[in-house]
Design a protein around this ligand. Structure first.
Ligand SMILES: [Zn+2]
Length: 71
């Protein structure tokens, strides 16, 4: 029971990581991808309607840290 739960959680995490890698941008949750919120530009995404996924930002941070460490 616990093992299958862990396997499910792991496969979900892998699927999420893959999605972050393949599609780094997600739809802005504040303006739902319109870029306009309340008659003005959405400040969360600067009116683009796209946001960098959290997982992708994490990936970029780790990569930048790794590069800084090796140089
Ligand atoms: Zn937005």
């Amino acid at each position: 029971m616990t093992l299958s739960l862990a396997a499910t959680a792991f496969s979900l995490a892998v699927a999420y990581a893959l999605r972050c890698w393949a599609f780094p941008y997600g739809r802005c949750i504040w303006c739902r991808g319109d870029g306009i919120r309340g008659g003005t530009y959405c400040r969360r995404c600067d009116g683009s309607g796209r946001r960098v996924r959290l997982g992708r930002r994490l990936h970029d941070t780790i990569r930048a840290e790794y590069r800084r460490g090796t140089k």
